[in-house]
Structure formats: structure tokens, C-alpha cells
Design a protein around this ligand. Sequence first.
Ligand code: HEM
Length: 60
Amino acid sequence: MGVAGAPKVHDADAWKPRLAQGIDTLIATVKTGKGAMPPGGMCTDCTDEDIKKAIGFMSK
Ligand code: HEM
């Protein structure tokens, strides 16, 4: 929903510059947290593959 400045789900334009960083960089960012995003995106048992799929879902 774009909580606290987060890129909105299915807002491809908002995600384009973020995806340009490369999926491995984004996975690392999600794990450490960024700005108002908590480490792991609040998911404590997500694998890298889970995070990758979530990013794929959110960015299309
Ligand atoms: C598994 C769940 C989540 C995934 C996979 C995820 C993924 C991402 C990714 C890939 C970015 C872009 C980072 C970048 O531009 O380098 C992002 C940004 C952000 N997310 Fe999440 N997120 C998740 C959950 C959450 C939650 C729960 C919140 C808020 C409570 C949140 C808030 C934010 C915010 C505020 C940003 C913008 C950070 C900034 O540019 O300073 N995210 N998220």
C-alpha cells in the first residue's frame, strides 16, 4: 500500500529504478532493512528465494 514511503505493490514504475539495482542487491537490502522498512520486511523465516518471489510479486 506504500506504507511509510514504501514502493507500492504492482506499481511497476515505482519499482523500475529499484529493480535496476539488481535482485541480489535488493534481497540484501530487504534482509538488513532500509529507511522505514524493518529488517527482513518483518518476515523472520523467509529464505532468499521467498524474498525474491515477494519482490517479483510486488513489482509487477
Ligand atoms: C517480505 C516483505 C517485504 C519485501 C520483500 C520488501 C521489499 C522491498 C524492496 C525490494 C524495497 C526497495 C529497496 C531499495 O530501493 O533498495 C523496499 C522498500 C521499502 N519497504 Fe519493503 N519489503 C517488505 C516489507 C515491508 C514492510 C513490512 C514495510 C513497512 C512496515 C516496508 C517498508 C518499506 C519502505 C518504507 C521502503 C522504502 C525504503 C527507502 O527507500 O528508504 N517493507 N521493500
